[in-house]
Ligand binder design. Structure first.
Ligand code: TYD
Ligand code: MG
Length: 456
């Protein structure tokens, strides 16, 4: 028997080495190199029979190539379609990553059972009975949804050939293995090999394939970056497991924009698209509390109003504590320094805690002003009216800077019945009669004055 060829792979980043070493020179992780068999004998064919139509590619003028939106396969889920850019593209590979328990399997299973196209859902993680139980929680299954529990790619392709589905879903890529390799499922070489086989299948049969992928502790898709390069679309499903919101974001999309995003709510009967997220994010109790301010932010291209809460109290220990949930801590420190230097607030001996409600991570700088207002409000123990909101960035010199798409933010605040929005005096507010009072501020001092009447 021919000797198997082996290589050492870093399980963290996927780098290859001829020899074992303690540390991966590429990603600097320790003890991550594992020996894997990279090939064994001759490669078996994907299909035993003829296989799907073997197309022979030939060069075409770009003007002759046929495209069109009509060729996309709608998923039946408006949020998912929006993120994909109009539905699944035939022959494409889509990877959905996310933390365990976030709802990846639920999202894809509900797509499968609601679709009237022939869909094959392959699970290497749950039995057919378990999937049936899960589907019963969600909706009545359509007759065109097939479930297969199988992890060997060659057997999967045999079933495909018999069934010829319109859409193939694989849950998850880390559980698959190919006969061609000896390495264990989930190892870098298996993931790469199985993905390559699935790409070949997708391209030859023109079937869209969706892969579910696990992510590692640090948030990247497990098995390696290479997976992200191989597929056409990478979607990330994220959210806080303790909150009901889930956000589906495009990280890479060869056929659409990555600015789109889908917002879902996890309920007892599956994931439901959220049409008006701002309404859910603002607390229902509209009586004013000190330390609370509303920010008009954008998630991708969607305007979103979220509540910022701050708590400022005298430090018990020598070094004051600074803690932020959903907001970068460095930015919080910067805003506190601006308040100290430019507006004369003595916050150096205070503990400051900040929380963005709804379990959402915000990286839009436009929430700066709301953060600042919440801190000021908690520090002075004075309330900000619950129908005021803020949309501006704060600069190091204490200047209030304009943010993009201000018109959209104002419209969203207006729609939710807020009465005042604070924007930068340099913001280019669209000329029209707003029902909401648009207040322009130039400096931090102006904000303090408008909120509390005077500077301390
Ligand atoms: P799941 O789809 O299994 O997550 P993943 O595949 O990303 O690991 O999600 C499971 C979680 O969702 C689980 O904690 C239970 C919850 N859930 C609901 O709240 N409602 C439902 O209808 C279903 C099916 C799951
Ligand atoms: Mg799952």
């Amino acid at each position: 028997m021919a000797k198997s060829k082996t290589t050492f792979f870093c399980q963290n980043c996927g780098a290859q080495y001829a020899k074992w070493a303690g540390q991966c020179t590429s990603c600097k992780a320790w003890n991550t190199l594992v020996e894997e068999v990279v090939e064994r004998g001759s490669k078996p064919p994907l299909w035993e029979g003829e296989g799907p139509s073997k197309k022979v590619a030939k060069p075409l003028r770009i003007s002759e190539i046929q495209t069109g939106n009509e060729s996309r396969l709608p998923s039946g889920d408006p949020e998912l379609d929006q993120v994909l850019g109009g539905g699944f593209v035939p022959g494409s590979l889509t990877l959905i990553g996310g933390e365990p328990g976030i709802g990846k399997s639920t999202l894809m299973l509900q797509t499968a059972i609601r679709s009237d196209r022939k869909t094959l859902y392959i699970s290497g993680e749950e039995s057919q009975g378990q999937i049936k139980m899960r589907s019963e929680r969600i909706a009545a299954a359509s007759d065109s949804c097939y479930i297969l529990t199988e992890t060997l790619t060659q057997k999967i392709f045999r079933q495909e050939e018999a069934l010829r589905p319109d859409l193939l879903i694989v849950d998850s890529i880390q559980t698959l293995h190919s006969d061609y390799l000896d390495a264990s499922p989930g190892s870098v070489s298996q993931i790469r090999e199985c993905t390559a086989e699935l790409i070949r299948y997708a391209k030859e049969s023109d079937t869209p394939v969706v892969l579910i992928g696990h992510i590692t502790k640090d948030g990247s898709i497990a098995g390696p970056k290479i997976l992200e390069h191989m597929v056409d679309t990478v979607l990330q499903f994220e959210g806080d497991r303790n909150h009901v919101f889930r956000i589906l974001r495009g990280l890479k999309n060869r056929f659409g924009s990555t600015a789109e995003l889908g917002i879902y709510e996890m309920q007892a009967n599956g994931l439901h698209p959220v049409a008006n997220p701002s309404q859910l994010l603002l607390s229902q109790n509209r009586e004013s509390l000190s330390g609370t301010a509303i920010a008009a932010t954008l998630e991708g291209v969607r305007p979103l109003l979220i509540e910022i809460q701050a708590l400022v109290s005298s430090a018990v220990y020598g070094t004051p504590q600074r803690s932020a949930t959903g907001f970068p801590p460095r930015r919080l420190n910067m805003l506190l320094a601006v308040l100290e230097k430019r507006a004369g607030f003595k916050l150096a001996a205070k503990d400051v805690f900040l929380n963005v409600t709804g379990g959402i991570q915000v990286d839009d700088p436009a929430i700066d002003l709301a953060v600042l207002a919440a801190i000021l409000s908690s520090n002075a123990d004075l309330t900000i009216p619950s129908d005021w909101c803020f949309a501006a960035e704060v600069g190091l010199a204490g200047e209030i800077r304009p943010v993009p798409r201000i018109g959209q933010r104002i419209t969203e605040a207006e729609k939710l019945g807020l009465s005042v929005i604070f924007v930068s005096s340099h913001a280019s507010v669209p000329e029209k009669n707003h029902a909401i009072d648009v207040r322009r501020v130039a400096r931090v001092e102006d904000v303090v004055r408008s909120l509390f009447g005077s500077t301390p």
